[in-house]
Design a protein around this ligand. Structure first.
Ligand code: HEC
Length: 238
């Protein structure tokens, strides 16, 4: 095998592998845990499937809006710059500066409310983690299910508990939204939010998948001349 084919195969294999890794992650990894039902029996909780679609700019923009309005009061997303959001999500920088610049006043800054984690831990019982890579860590279906399964529980300090993360220290911050919207609308809003979070975790995922597809296609097409050449080279030797 010459170096060119070798490196091409390397590339193709890399793309194929990362495609499978992406799918495995999208499947939600270890599921969404167990919960105790009304009869006191432990039941397995299947993850709901998050509606991920990076080509849907409207959904990503809405997700960014929800994230900047409801989440960055406590969570950072330190690996994401506002300017990248404007660029990739096709939000005019003036609009982003006006409506989505919540944690700083510079569009080049990362999303970071700069709150002391130790202080936060003393307020909530646990510090809110950085959310840049949260969907990669837990799986996007986990995050989607987590955000949809807050329930009232007077025994908890904030009056809410969660089916996926038992005794979560996070309040049910989308409570008002859940009250005001129909179930379908609420699921759709949270779907947009998780779509945006998945984009934060890997902004180039869509491009990678498209490139991966063409790399494999190219390799398949390349196989034809390579096979014929191979036949040609060996025909006198045999
Ligand atoms: C009032 C502060 C606060 C706000 C606002 C808030 N969170 Fe949280 N969040 C927390 C705290 C505290 C935790 C830690 C929970 C724990 O470990 O028990 C947490 C945990 C999480 C986790 C689970 C992390 C993990 O892997 O264990 C996710 C996901 C999450 N938040 C997403 C969000 C999203 C999305 C929003 C916006 C809709 C949001 N949070 C708004 C305080 C907040």
């Amino acid at each position: 095998m010459n170096t060119l084919t070798k490196s091409l195969t390397g590339l193709g294999l890399g793309a194929a592998l990362s495609l499978t890794a992406g799918t495995a992650l999208a499947a939600g990894g270890g599921g969404c845990g167990t919960f105790t039902n009304a009869e006191g029996v432990d039941e397995h909780l299947a993850c709901l499937e998050a509606p991920i679609d990076f080509t849907n700019k409207g959904s990503l923009q809405n997700g960014a809006k929800i994230f900047m309005n409801y989440c960055v009061g406590c969570h950072s997303a330190k690996y994401v710059r506002h300017s990248r959001i404007a660029q990739d999500l096709e939000i005019p920088p003036e609009l982003l500066e006006k409506y989505l610049l919540v944690t700083s006043d510079q569009i080049g800054d990362h999303i970071d409310p700069e709150i002391d984690p130790e202080l936060q831990a003393s307020w909530f019982g646990a510090a809110p983690p950085d959310l840049s890579l949260e969907t990669r860590l837990r799986g996007e279906d986990w995050v989607y299910t987590y955000l949809l399964t807050f329930y009232e529980d007077p025994s908890r300090p904030w009056g809410a508990n969660n089916l996926v993360l038992h005794n979560a220290a996070m309040p049910h911050v989308l409570h008002n939204m859940e009250e005001e919207l129909s179930e379908e609308e609420f699921h759709s809003e949270v779907g947009d939010l998780v779509n945006f979070m998945a984009w934060m975790g890997e902004p180039a995922r869509h491009d990678r998948q498209v490139i991966g597809f063409f790399v494999i296609l190219f390799l398949l097409v390349l196989l034809i001349p390579v096979y014929l050449l191979n036949k040609e080279f060996w025909k006198d030797v045999k």
